[in-house]
Design a protein around this ligand. Structure first.
Ligand SMILES: C[S@@+](CC[C@H](N)C(=O)[O-])C[C@H]1O[C@@H](n2cnc3c(N)ncnc32)[C@H](O)[C@@H]1O
Length: 314
């Protein structure tokens, strides 16, 4: 499959994925909430298609950069950027009583966050172990790695990093930090090599660093809290679309959207229905949408992306 538009909305900050598919899903939507502004690529494409956009990001740098990119839309009143966590949409005064025809969440981190060494998301040598999306929060990756007990560390690598030998890595981190606290990326890379051998490579580091990042930003819990809050901000027939890059996040989105689409959620053996007794809406994507071959070639980040969408009742 070819995708002539792949790359069109890229900036030096971030290359957004599956933009045309997102725009097509929200076709005709008057007001859209972009929960993850990042470099503003999706927002700009949605503005170009005629929608107004309110956008959120936890990261101040994303807000500042995207506001520059979308300054003319902001001036004309079609775009508003708000710094905040989409899991706390119920606590954001500017969003009180607001509902939308479409809501987009493009999860994870932007390329800029990974590329900026001082943000500490990358495993490039010497990068600080920080990984906070919102730098107002006080717990860095180094703080977690230096303070959690072995069982909690192991759970992070197993649950968020799909690491079957998570215990071994957790033990290695605890052993090393007793001599010298974890401080820079090299400390975690050395612990991974110490636990699993020198053959560990960039793919392993990316997966295990991502597990720490998910823990630092509490990303799965944020998504779990956010999904029903976002659903309840949809106008009738409004669409919620989520792009996930991590299997645990995609699973959560898939199961949640399926559950909302069932008329009955009573236990299977119960004879009489006592639940809500009607579906809250319908799944638009029976299977996740994935990036075109061309986009996967141009933008390797798009290879793990899974887009799912759900429409609330009319
Ligand atoms: C994949 S990037 C989004 C890229 C964006 N769609 C674009 O077109 O450039 C994810 C962004 O979501 C932000 N983010 C992640 N979790 C968030 C949350 N719980 N609340 C608000 N923003 C979040 C990150 O800071 C990052 O800037």
């Amino acid at each position: 499959m070819t995708d002539a538009s792949a790359g069109r909305w890229d900036s030096s900050y971030h290359a957004p994925v599956m933009v045309e598919q997102v725009v097509a899903l929200f076709s005709g939507a008057k007001e859209i909430l972009d929960c993850t502004l990042g470099g503003g690529g999706h927002s700009e494409a949605l503005l170009s298609s005629g929608s107004s956009v309110v956008a959120l990001d936890r990261d101040e740098t994303a807000i500042l950069e995207a506001r520059k990119r979308l300054a003319s839309s902001e001036t004309s009143g079609r775009f508003l950027a708000i710094r905040g966590n989409f899991a706390e949409i119920d606590r954001l005064p500017k969003l009180r009583d607001r509902s939308f025809n479409g809501i987009l969440a493009d999860l994870g981190v932007s390329s800029h966050q990974i590329d900026a060494d001082e943000r500490g998301f990358s495993f490039r040598p010497g990068a600080l172990l920080d990984m906070r999306m919102d730098r107002r929060s006080t717990t860095t990756a180094a703080d977690l790695l230096n303070s959690l007990d072995e069982a909690d560390l192991s759970q992070i690598f197993r649950d968020y990093g799909d690491e079957p030998r998570a215990n071994r890595l957790a033990r290695e981190i605890v052993r090393r930090r007793e001599r010298r606290p974890m401080h820079v990326s090299d400390d975690l890379v050395d612990a991974i090599r110490g636990a699993f051998g020198a053959r560990m490579g960039p793919g392993d580091f990316a997966r295990l660093f991502q597990a720490v990042r998910i823990a630092v930003n509490d990303e799965l819990h944020a998504l779990e809290r956010a999904l029903p809050l976002l659903r309840d901000r949809l106008k009738p027939s409004g669409i919620l679309a989520v792009i996930a890059y991590h299997s645990g996040e995609d699973r959560l989105v898939k199961h949640t959207m399926r559950e909302w689409s069932l008329a009955c959620i009573c236990p299977p053996k119960q004879l009489q229905c006592t639940c809500r007794g009607h579906a809250l809406g319908e799944l638009i994507t029976k299977r996740a949408i994935i990036a075109s071959d061309e986009e996967r070639t141009i933008n390797p980040r798009s290879r793990s992306a899974r887009l799912r969408a759900w429409r609330t009742a009319a």
